[in-house]
Design a protein around this ligand. Structure first.
Ligand code: SF4
Ligand code: SF4
Length: 276
């Protein structure tokens, strides 16, 4: 079973939820695919046993063979290759490595080279749980290749927790595609609800079953409850705002270790979504 944990925006407790659900279940593997800001390893503290460099292709144009016909630029929807009057400009960081420009080039003037865009680290926690996370290099715009690598690594795993990127960009789509269940971490504030709506729409588009965990419950208003009712969304748990939780989190601790009632919350969520 693949369970994605996501949120409409950063800072809503997504990583806390992912890591604590994983540690409470004490099985499977956790992958942190929030590659622009991976945080799960800071809490789970795995011993890193392997590191893989992730590379991505980009087009290189042979000026001698190029007739400046413009076909490659017309094809590329990311503006990563731009034929001008004198030469073809290539912006490797915008390239999604789709291979299309090479296919449409009538003179075979394009070949591909590879460059490093980030890393994948994997290891084990003190208690033997498997953890892997991706790290996108600063300045790179798309971590989808790294996310796909992490997803492929865990294709055959029976239980996978996925700490997904926040929002609804391409990287989040890559993280949640094909998962069995999605848990949305949300705060009961007007901004929290509006960000969450976009996530719900995206997940509905993929027909992914989902449930909501309301974090910092009691701090906001009733809008989130009304929205969940309207959309028939299951509220899996409500985690109250607690200074003790915030202090424990800030010091890099796992809440399920320090607070029995928090662990019970995690167990209830797992009971609702995982049928043994
Ligand atoms: S490989 Fe695809 S994304 Fe990259 S420049 Fe060519 S057409 Fe654009
Ligand atoms: S499609 Fe090929 S020939 Fe045409 S502009 Fe691009 S690189 Fe040059």
């Amino acid at each position: 079973m693949k369970i994605a944990i996501l949120s409409g925006k950063g800072g809503t407790g997504k990583t806390t939820l992912a890591t604590n659900l994983f540690k409470t279940k004490n099985q499977g593997i956790l992958i942190d695919v929030d590659v622009e800001e991976p945080n799960s390893h800071l809490f789970l503290k795995p011993l890193i046993l392997d590191r893989i460099t992730i590379k991505k292709g980009y087009p290189v144009v042979d000026a001698a063979a190029c007739t400046l016909c413009g076909a490659c630029g017309d094809f590329c929807r990311y503006n990563a290759i731009l034929p001008t009057k004198k030469k073809v400009l290539v912006y490797p960081e915008l390239c999604h490595d789709c291979g299309g420009c090479q296919l449409v080039c009538p003179t075979n003037a394009i070949h591909y080279d590879k460059r490093t865009i980030g890393n994948v680290f994997s290891g084990k926690t003190e208690s033997g749980l498997s953890v892997a996370y991706g790290d996108l290099l600063v300045g790179e715009v798309s971590g989808v290749h790294i996310i796909e690598h992490l997803r492929e690594m865990t294709d055959q795993e029976p239980l996978v927790f996925i700490d997904s990127p926040p929002g609804t960009a391409c990287s989040t789509v890559a993280a949640v595609e094909g998962v069995d269940y999605a848990i949305i971490a949300a705060e009961p504030t007007p901004f929290g609800v509006s960000d969450m709506k976009l996530v719900v729409e995206m997940l509905s588009g993929f027909s992914i079953p989902m449930g909501v965990v309301i974090n910092k419950a009691g701090l906001g208003d009733q809008e989130i409850y009304e929205y969940c009712k309207e959309e028939n969304l299951t509220i899996l748990a409500e985690i109250p705002f607690s200074k003790a939780y915030a202090k424990s989190y800030a010091s890099g601790k796992m809440l399920c270790d320090d607070f029995p009632e928090f662990r019970e919350n995690m167990e209830e969520i797992l009971d609702q979504i995982i049928k043994d």
